[in-house]
Design a protein around this ligand. Structure first.
Ligand code: ISQ
Length: 154
């Protein structure tokens, strides 16, 4: 039953569903972010300089997949490695990149909400409170390391 699954298994299950139509879900994810926070478009150079509608932007999919895959990798790792030591070098680097692009802490809340909404819509009947908790835990662990590094270098 779903109750007996680990967080890693729950996230892997949802990832399998998401992957079937990754482009669509990646686009939905971005559009949700811009719906909540229209000024967030200014953070992405490929959006800022673009004349095509967001849903036709080729860079959008790969960027959204960064967030999906990083959160997914973290969820799988968390059971064995609560400090995410293996991902740390990459996450510290991401902290620097986000400072350069003038990302602030509040942006992470918008992205978390949009991520969970996107997953809920993608998973439909398979979405569950335990899946939501598993993704949220992984997202919080990843973004804590990124944000701590942003505060340290700023
Ligand atoms: C933050 N960093 C990289 C890619 C992203 C895609 C969507 C939303 C936030 C992001």
């Amino acid at each position: 039953s779903a109750e007996s699954k680990s967080n890693a298994e729950l996230v892997k299950d949802s990832w399998r569903v998401l992957k079937r139509d990754a482009g669509t879900h990646a686009t939905a994810f971005f559009l949700k972010i811009f719906e909540i926070a229209p000024t967030a478009k200014q953070l992405f150079s490929f959006m800022r300089d673009s004349t095509v509608p967001a849903e036709a932007n080729p860079h959008l999919k790969s960027h959204a997949l960064v967030v999906f895959t990083m959160t997914c990798e973290a969820a799988i790792l968390l059971g064995e490695d609560p400090t995410l030591a293996a991902l740390r070098p990459k996450l510290l680097e991401m902290g620097h990149t986000h400072v350069v692009h003038k990302v602030i802490d509040e942006h992470f809340d918008v992205v978390k909400y949009a991520l969970l909404e996107t997953l809920k819509e993608a998973l439909k009947d398979e979405w569950s409170p335990s899946m939501k908790a598993a993704w949220a835990e992984a997202y919080d662990a990843v973004t804590k390391i990124i944000k701590d590094e942003m505060h340290a270098v700023r």
